[in-house]
Design a binder for this molecule. Structure first.
Ligand SMILES: [Fe+2]
Length: 193
């Protein structure tokens, strides 16, 4: 489950309902979805088939026209260059919608009440409205797999603000030490179930 932090306020929220309510005040949707339909080592096509109902429902909900599966591992070619595109404050002209299947990462969101850091984990669905100032980093394990939705496949481009605010916040994930080895095992098992 996600962890929501407001670094400037030294405030951390780990309760699902509270995270959902807090983000909803900024128009950001946060939900927990089941992972039990994703078999071990499944292909992107199998993921899209397994979640066809949710994918179609989300398309109707937000006017998205397509969805895909992004799969990032430490071995992904040009990973540093890829990550560097998104770890500086930017906006998009369409929503950023992600359902996390594996791995983790942090979305930094610039909200009216300050910067929020949302550490997303498997089973988390996050929908960030267009024009929301944000940036994204992976955790130290540099692993994430997620379903993405698009309103316009040609329009999903970062528009950099150049504010430099992303330099102020440390991209610290709580990571495995925080989750604990038993919880990590449970997450892995849920993915493979
Ligand atoms: Fe983005």
């Amino acid at each position: 489950m996600a962890v929501l932090r407001f670094p400037d306020q030294n405030r951390t929220i780990e309760n699902e309902a509270e995270i959902r309510a807090e983000l909803a005040t900024a128009g950001i949707d946060y939900e927990r979805w089941s992972l039990d339909r994703v078999p071990a080592g499944c292909s992107a096509e199998q993921v899209l088939a397994a979640y066809a109902a949710e994918i179609d429902a989300m398309k109707r909900r937000g006017g998205y026209v397509t969805a895909d599966v992004i799969d990032v591992t430490p071995e992904t070619p040009n990973l540093d260059a890829m990550l560097a595109r998104f770890d500086k404050e930017h906006t998009h002209s369409e929503d950023e919608v992600r359902f996390i299947l594996a791995g983790r990462g942090i979305f930094f969101l610039v909200l009216d009440k300050g910067v929020a850091a949302v550490e997303v984990h498997p089973g988390d669905m996050l929908r960030v409205p267009r024009d929301t100032r944000h940036w994204f980093t992976l955790c130290a394990d540099r692993r994430i797999r997620a379903i993405r939705w698009f309103q316009d496949t040609t329009g999903w481009t970062p528009h950099y603000t150049g504010s430099g605010v992303d330099q102020v916040y440390q991209p610290l994930c709580f990571g495995p030490a925080y989750l604990g080895p038993r919880v990590e095992t449970a997450i892995d098992n849920s993915i493979r179930a």
